[in-house]
Ligand binder design. Structure first.
Ligand SMILES: *Cc1c(COP(=O)(O)O)cnc(C)c1O
Length: 440
């Protein structure tokens, strides 16, 4: 299997090369050069998430050096469940994607990528240096997934004072091969610094740099696996293809569901639940595609004005009518998020994080005839305990903290202050002699 860039200006790359590169050299995103075709029967005998993942991803890694290790990689990555839980009285189920180490769905992708990259490092190679800029959730999932992986170091850059206390703890509690840098600047400064590092000749001469951001294929494919496993379980139990409502920002989770359906998994409708960042919804309503600046909302992990995976969605469905047939979208503002959290706790005893609440709101608004074409599933992308300062006042009680998060909160935290300048990053990452080369 080969991967080509959505922008068509890069040479085709194999599975491992695409994982190591993250972004294609022309700035585009890697997509399969040809699509594998699978049916539900191809998954006969696969019951666990790890087994479904191995079977689903096998054709995507065909011919690659990692192909023979996919079983071990999937077993290494999928160490926590993604249970489908009916919401009593609501007429739909919730796919709980928050049982990993940092209690958000990004743990699946980060762990799978870590399991792959670890196996791609030769024992005698210099360490792979993963650089991540984070506004909160991504950095924690990546740090957790790569912690103690041999041959890999992680540098997480986050903006000082601009992440929640829980998020800061998830970024700074690791130590060993994970370094957290508290940047005196904004998230955009962190991102600019990471981008500058990737093209800096001094850093490139001394380090093997890689990124682990959400557009990496190694994060997308495992997300397709839990959609596949869930769809198969529903299909086997009742002979119906479930439909999904997915809280969306950069569209990585939703695109993975689209890819699972595209290769042949029994999946019905796919509905994108957005917060007030409405670029995708407006385009699906017929307006020209227009990326925007992001707007801050309660569902902050979805505050994306220019979703990068739109490029992959458009590569699959270049004509707007085909895109409109493939996915629909709805927009939920902060007022509706608040009301939905309060109402569903009262009605069903369900506790949603603000992101999951956008999907619950989209379900609640859905016309009866569309609902009847279910079964419907909403994706719960994070545990509500991660956002307790928002959720608790709305439901009038404490949110129980899951064991995994409680463990993280007990670890000591450490971070290094960093000025948002390339010379400061060089000095932090390189031995003194190397850092001085080439000036600032
Ligand atoms: C990242 C994130 C999202 C958005 O997912 P995308 O793949 O970027 O669309 C939604 N909810 C939570 C909790 C997240 O961390």
């Amino acid at each position: 299997m080969h991967y080509v860039s959505t922008r068509g200006e890069s040479p085709a790359a194999g599975f491992s090369a695409a994982l190591l590169a993250g972004l294609a050299p022309d700035g585009g995103l890697y997509v399969p050069a040809a699509w594998p075709r699978l049916t539900a029967a191809d998954f006969d005998g696969c019951t666990s998430l790890a087994q479904v993942a191995e079977r689903l991803i096998a054709p995507f890694a065909a011919g690659d050096e990692l192909a023979g290790q996919l079983g071990a990689i999937a077993a290494d990555a999928f160490t926590f469940p993604a249970p489908l839980v009916p919401v009593a009285g609501a007429g739909y189920s919730v796919l709980e994607l928050f049982h990993g180490p940092t209690a958000a769905f990004k743990d699946f992708g980060a762990r799978f990528l870590a399991a792959c990259l670890t196996r791609l490092r030769a024992a005698d190679a210099r360490p792979l240096e993963i650089l991540v800029a984070t506004s909160g959730d991504t950095g924690g999932a990546v740090a957790a997934a790569f912690h103690r992986r041999p041959g890999i170091r992680v540098a997480v850059l986050f903006p000082r004072g601009l992440v929640s206390p829980a998020q800061a703890q998830q970024l700074t509690c690791w130590g060993e091969n994970v370094q957290a840098f508290e940047v005196r600047g904004s998230f955009d400064d962190c991102q600019r610094l990471v981008k500058a590092a990737f093209v800096d000749p001094v850093l490139r001469a001394h380090l093997d740099l890689s990124s682990a951001n959400s557009i990496n294929l190694g994060r997308l494919l495992p997300q397709a696996a839990y959609h596949a496993a869930t769809a198969l379980a529903v299909w086997r139990a009742g002979g119906r293809a479930p439909s999904f409502v997915i809280p969306s920002g950069n569209l990585g989770n939703a695109l993975a569901c689209v890819w699972a359906r595209h290769v042949g998994l029994p999946i019905g409708d796919i509905v994108l639940a957005h917060n007030a960042n409405r670029a995708v919804a407006d385009h699906l309503a017929g307006k020209p595609w227009q990326p925007r600046r992001s707007i801050a909302t309660l569902a902050s992990a979805m505050d994306v004005g220019a979703p990068s995976n739109m490029e992959r969605l458009q590569a699959l469905f270049p004509a707007l009518p085909d895109l409109q047939a493939a996915v629909t979208a709805d927009v939920v503002d902060d007022g509706a998020i608040r009301r939905r959290i309060a109402d569903d706790y009262r009605a069903y005893g369900a506790i949603w994080c603000p992101h999951t609440a956008t999907a619950a709101e989209v379900m609640a608004r859905m016309p009866a005839e569309r609902r009847a074409r279910g079964p419907w599933i909403i994706a719960a992308t994070a545990h509500p305990a991660k956002f307790r300062e928002i959720v608790e006042p709305l439901i009038g009680r404490d949110v129980p903290v899951p064991e995994s998060l409680a463990q993280l909160y007990e670890r000591p935290s450490a971070s290094t202050a960093l000025e948002p300048r390339l010379d400061a990053l060089r000095a932090a990452l390189l031995p003194a002699a190397a850092a001085g080369e080439g000036g600032a």
